[in-house]
Design a protein around this ligand. Sequence first.
Ligand SMILES: Cc1ncc(C[n+]2csc(CCOP(=O)(O)OP(=O)(O)O)c2C)c(N)n1
Length: 571
Amino acid sequence: MKTTGAEILCQALHAQGVRVLFGHPGGAILPFYDAVHRDGRLRHVLTRHEQGAAHAADGWARVTGEVGVCVSTSGPGATNLVTGLATAMADSVPMVAITGQVARAVMGTEAFQETDVLGVTAPVTKYGFLARTADEIPGIVAEAFRIARSGRPGPVLIDVPKDVQTEAVTEGVRAALACSPVEAPPPAAAGADDALMRAKIRRAAALVDRAERPVLMVGRGVLVAGVVEAVRKLAEWADLPVVTTLLGLDAFPAEHPLALGLPGMHGTPRANHAIQESDLVLGLGLRFDDRIVGRAEGFAPRARIVHFDIDPSVVGRTVRPFLSVVGDLATTLPLLASHVRPRVRPSWTSRLRAWDREAEPLTPASAEGLPHARTALRVVAAQISRTGGIVATDVGQHQMWLAQELPDVEPRSHLTSGGMGTMGYALPAAIGAAIACPERDVWVVAGDGGFQMNIQELATAVQERCRLRIVVVNNGFLGMVRQWQEMFYDRRYAASELSGPDFVAVALAYGIPGRTVACGAAVGDAVAWAGAEEGPALLDLRVAREDNVYPFVPAGAALDEFVVAPRVAVS
Ligand SMILES: Cc1ncc(C[n+]2csc(CCOP(=O)(O)OP(=O)(O)O)c2C)c(N)n1
């Protein structure tokens, strides 16, 4: 019997270890859907919008470390993936997107649902393939997965015209796939480059040994390279205080005595002062992006910066390193650790204690009696940590409060759109995470604005029986926008006040139990209730409407020029 392009695509995905696809069908991808159905080995999760499919694949990839796969039809289906691809690209998430395309004969004729998806997605993917024949498919799939995983991971797109999906493949191609093993990663670089790299690593170790006021900055690269344990051991061995970026939050235990918290725009006083006073910043697997660095010329003015990253293009982009080591942390970090000497730095440690580790002191309930979001999120965060949960946050104030408040969590358990700042990310990403880890509690923490952007995925969560606990932090505003308007636009709240539905009634309409919480004293019980539910379950958490996220480094300021919360008199 003849094998079609669609069938070989299924087989090729299977050969890569794919078990789950997130997608939404349509005309140009129907042969593939039919093949998936007949093949029976790939689970397909139907999201209600393709953006949801991309974020769900992203969430799945972030918690597993494997390549997430999403699928859409041509035209509008494909363009709906764009935000999800850009989100994954910015945060180095390995993904493969498969899009249907119009038949080869009509490509370029403005055919129904034709769009140049490779053109549209080129800047937000690592690479894009057009499968011109069915025979090419196994090779393209293997290459796409290799690219998605290798170096700095990211999304790759494969566009498959409908008639390529129905075309028969040549017999030999099928046989070749049957015996081709899953791509092994290329061997680490050797030779002259290797010697140079080793010399640089020895220099880096000497800098660490000599530093009196070092700070270790940990980014998502540490999670991607799988060196979380090794980083912790190095920090303890050499007494290195640690700051973790938003995307590296779960790469170092938040409650560790060496943990200084989040640096940057909403960083803790201790993290930001430490960076500014340090004499050595050792950055591992991060981009030193604008939110972390503040005014670049004012960043860590007394420090030498040593930067380890796999992506040469991020080195020197914002801050100029004294020394850079480009390579996989899985190789470079153990080498570094083998050269660094044990040390303690009691005077630096006691100096650090002079600065607050807390982002901001907690305040009692607001004048209206509504809970403060930060106080309530501390309760949510404690529950997540205590129960070994996973949390996906959306974008805005709640994202920062949760990041500031989150105690220890397992690596790969804090999912957020750090680079793109994509509202609408949390719910679908959590669905992907829940499907990857059905045994764990997965929490969604979203603002009332962002939650309304992909609220339709509640249906997906129900259909797929995802055990989600959803917390809508409801302040009736696009909170972070309002905060900026309060601070920089004289409180002119242009288009930032927003109405929403009764979220509990919406949840009920989807068959999800929900509770509204509007008083501080009820938060603990409500969170415990949500934790005990089978899931999905939803809390509409009504919070003080005009709270701000502190500390806050204004644009153009250096990290230690942050604004702190105004003191509230506690009666
Ligand atoms: C898709 C998208 N559109 C717009 C923005 C700009 N933006 C950043 S934060 C924010 C407000 C978020 O409000 P909400 O979801 O209610 O969360 P809150 O800040 O109140 O916690 C907006 C509009 C964005 N980040 N993403």
